[in-house]
Every structure is written in C-alpha cells, then in structure tokens.
Design a protein around this ligand. Structure first.
Ligand SMILES: C[S@@+](CC[C@H](N)C(=O)[O-])C[C@H]1O[C@@H](n2cnc3c(N)ncnc32)[C@H](O)[C@@H]1O
Length: 288
C-alpha cells in the first residue's frame, strides 16, 4: 500500500489513515478496476492513494468548497505551471498576506485561487485555510512557517497526481446535488465514501458546514437514492446513530492534529450491499 501522504493537502479530519481499510473493502467486494467516489473529498487522501496503488481504475473527487475545488482542478489542468510556482514562491510572511488576499478576491483565476489554497494549507496551523500562520506573524515560535513546506516532496506528489489526470474527475457541487445528478451516471462497479462535515466538531474546521436538518436530508438521500456501494464516517453522535439506525455501524478512533486534546470517537456506517472487514483498522501517522 502506498504512503498515506500522497495528497499534497493537509486536512483537518483527513481520513488518509483509513486507506488500508477502504482498500480491503474494495478487495472484498471485487471493486478493483472500479470507480472510487468521494462526494466530500477535502484532501482526498484515500482517493489519491487508491489510485497510486492501482486499487481502482478512476476516482471522482467532489467538494463544495470553491478553494478546495480550485486546488484540485488547477493541479490537473495546470500541473506544470503549478509546480513552477511552488519552486518560485517565497515562504515569507509578506507572501502569506498576499496569498490570503487571493482568497477574498472574487475575480481571482482558478489557478491563483488553487495555488493560494495550497500555500495557506501548507503554512497555516493544522492546514486551516483561514487559520493562523505556523510560528505566528512574528515567526518567533519554535516551528516556522516553512515547517510543512518541503518544496521537492510536494512537487513530486503533485507531479504524480498530474500523471493520473485522465483517471481523476473533479467536481464542485453540493453533495445532495451530486447524489441526485452526478452519481446515477457513474458505473455501479464503484465505492462511494461519504465523509460529511461533522455533527459537533464541524464548525470552525471547514468553511462549509451542516446544521441538524442537513444531516437528516443527507441521511434520507443516501439511504433512499444511492444504489451504489457506499460507506460513511461521522462523529459518534446520537443524532447520527439514530439517522442510520437501520444500517451497520461501528465505533472507531482517529487522532486529529487540529485539536490535540481530542481523541476522535468516530462512527463508520455501511450501505447494506457491502461485504465488510471484521473491524475498522486506522493506520498511525504523525505528520503530513
Ligand atoms: C470531513 S471533510 C472531508 C475530509 C476528507 N475525507 C479527507 O480525508 O480529507 C468534509 C468536506 O466536505 C466539504 N463540504 C462541506 N459541505 C459540503 C456540501 N454540502 N457538499 C459537498 N462538500 C461539502 C468541506 O469543504 C470539507 O472539505
């Protein structure tokens, strides 16, 4: 299995550590050579690793967040230019301010927005786009803003993804619209992994969040409209357990760097058609 650090994005709540588990599910259900789909893709760590390890033929990455979409779309459509920009960009506080401005510029090109997203993701604490700078603006902290910006390594990851571009589709839709309009056109030989914004910890980590009724809408939609094989992760919250009470559920743990005091108690939920491993095993990791 390839590294869990194939994605160039650091992502709060990133699920790269579940790659091994997902690849096992793909094998158990004979979905090799199929399509792997993430309607809430974020850093898409699992998708990229499954592609690199040839567990699936193609992946579909959807995320409503415009900045995240711009990142994925521009590394596919402007791969060489994107990598040149990484080589040339200064890792300085002045540049950080410039890249922050791009996020608020509604006329920014897709490439500029995508690059700004990448830059801020790599220099901000926990990768949060509108979060604080590693080491602060005074850069007086133990860790400086370049701590997660190994240019050579990041360029290598992005170039590798570029080589797979014909096997990656990127969309930016609301997940509910994606389920209704995009999913039906995708081969049934596929696995859909839903990782929606969390019930309780959603606020603050991502720009696009769900409130109570959104969780219910998605639960109804997934359980009544999705005929593909699917699985889902959530925070282990009573509302979620209830919304999916007729589906198989398993509680498991992940550690998040976005809040070191919090040891995640997560919920895995499976669509009825899936053959599943005995239990969820998440790989360990310390940094990306
Ligand atoms: C829990 S994160 C996904 C993390 C991802 N599984 C990973 O490993 O990096 C949820 C993602 O859903 C996106 N999102 C939030 N609301 C959405 C919506 N209504 N439709 C599609 N994507 C949405 C957020 O931008 C965020 O990237």
């Amino acid at each position: 299995m390839s590294s869990i650090f194939n994605t160039p994005l650091r992502y709060p709540g990133g699920k790269g550590r579940l790659t091994r588990h997902v690849s096992k599910i793909i094998e158990l259900n004979s979905l090799n050579d199929g399509v792997y789909i993430e309607p809430y893709a974020g850093g898409a760590g699992i998708a990229i690793s499954l592609l690199f390890s040839e567990h699936v033929r193609s992946v579909v990455i959807n995320d409503l967040n415009k900045s995240i979409y711009a990142f994925w779309k521009s590394i596919l459509d402007h791969n060489i230019e994107f990598c040149d920009r990484i080589r040339e960009v200064p890792i300085t506080v002045d540049e950080w301010y410039k890249q922050k401005d791009v996020q608020n510029d509604s006329s920014a090109s897709l490439l500029n927005l995508g690059f700004s997203t990448f830059y801020l993701n790599r220099v901000n604490r926990s990768g949060i786009i509108n979060g604080g700078l590693i080491g602060g603006v005074s850069q007086a902290g133990k860790w400086k803003m370049d701590a997660r910006f190994n240019k050579g390594n990041l360029i290598a990851r992005i170039e590798s993804i570029g080589r797979y571009r014909s096997r990656i589709k990127v969309c930016s839709m609301d997940a509910a619209d994606f389920i209704l309009s995009e999913l039906p056109g995708i081969s049934e030989k596929s696995l859909v992994y839903f990782d929606p914004p969390y019930c309780v910890k959603g606020g603050g980590l991502y720009e696009n969040n769900y409130c109570g009724k959104d969780h219910k809408i998605i639960a109804d939609l997934v359980q009544s409209n999705v005929s593909h094989n699917w699985m889902m992760t959530y925070d282990n919250h009573e509302l979620v357990r209830r919304l999916y009470e007729n589906r198989r559920q398993e509680i498991f743990n992940l550690h998040y760097s976005a809040n070191k005091r919090f040891t995640g108690s997560e919920l895995m939920i499976y669509g009825d058609s899936l053959v599943i491993p005995e239990r969820v095993v998440a790989s360990r990791s310390t940094a990306a």
